[in-house]
Design a protein around this ligand. Sequence first.
Ligand SMILES: *Cc1c(COP(=O)(O)O)cnc(C)c1O
Length: 364
Amino acid sequence: MENLRIPGPTPCPPEVLYALGRQMINHRGKEFEGMLKEITVNLKELFQTKNDVFVLTGSGTGGLEAAIVNTLSPGDKVLSLSIGVFGERFANIARLFGADIIPLNFEWGKAADPDAVHQALRSEPDIKAVLVTHNETSTGVTNDIASISSVVKEFNKLLLVDAISSLGSINLPIDEWHCDVTVTGSQKGWMVPPGLTMVSVSKEAWQAYAKARMPRFYWDFTRAKSYLERGQTPWTPAISVIFALSVSLKMMLNEGLPNIIARHAHVAKAARDGVKSLGLSIFADESHASNTVTAVAASNGLDTKKLLQLLREEHQVILAGGMEKLSGKIFRIGHLGWVNEDDIAKVISALKVVLPQAGFRSPG
Ligand SMILES: *Cc1c(COP(=O)(O)O)cnc(C)c1O
């Protein structure tokens, strides 16, 4: 079997795969109602929120679009904190729908600096909302949402959070840290296939919704809320993935959120220690290194394309390359969802064999 260690889609446990093969049911019927209501309760527990939580059919990017079109109007000034590819994407969606984006970009590999956020909000009083990526999957960096949020809330702005590759894996207490809309995706830490995006919506986000004029139909939160009251979704959902999510959430609650968070921290440390023991270095500023994905710098002659190919063809280990301008400069190990230390140990031992074959000259 392949050892799939990319930052989504992630491998699914057998119980989850089994649920995917279930016969269809009526998505306007009693059984679906019970399942969706139970999923919603379980998601709220894992999101650490009392806010509304919706399960929408679409990939994570759809959830990002939903966050924007439900809270903003064309012409709104929006501060975009970007530390990589996904931060750029979030800003691009808002820009496309007419937001006036004020970019606050940080060097890739670094985290967003809360003091710079403070300065930006002080100098532009008209800013309506702040966009931030909790875990930047392209660089392997986790932003300090607690600190960023306390700045954003000091200025009373809306905080929209891309937590697609962190929620359910890295601690993000949504209510305590005042995240107004938080977005995640089923194929990241949730141990289910792609197809669903799950979003939380705060009271302040609903107040913004009341004034928001961006066009929306498929992603409209009011439709999602009124249908959820009846245990339904506005449109035909990805029923099979919902079956799978229902199973995975029970597994997650069984393990317990603090244990899941600790496991990710533990496995991530094993990944970082492992690559460093091979003479490689971590691309991210290590004080903000992600617990769901490790980006490794391609130093000392390493050909990442060759590396990924050898790992895949000779060791059945699937890792990810760098995205956009990081292509060829880094490779990435995903360690989220259904993952333990042994999975990572296998990656490290395969790397040990393959590195010299991919041009890497050990530094010591
Ligand atoms: C994966 C990911 C996305 C994109 O999600 P899709 O499901 O591919 O649309 C966005 N942001 C982050 C941080 C991600 O990790």
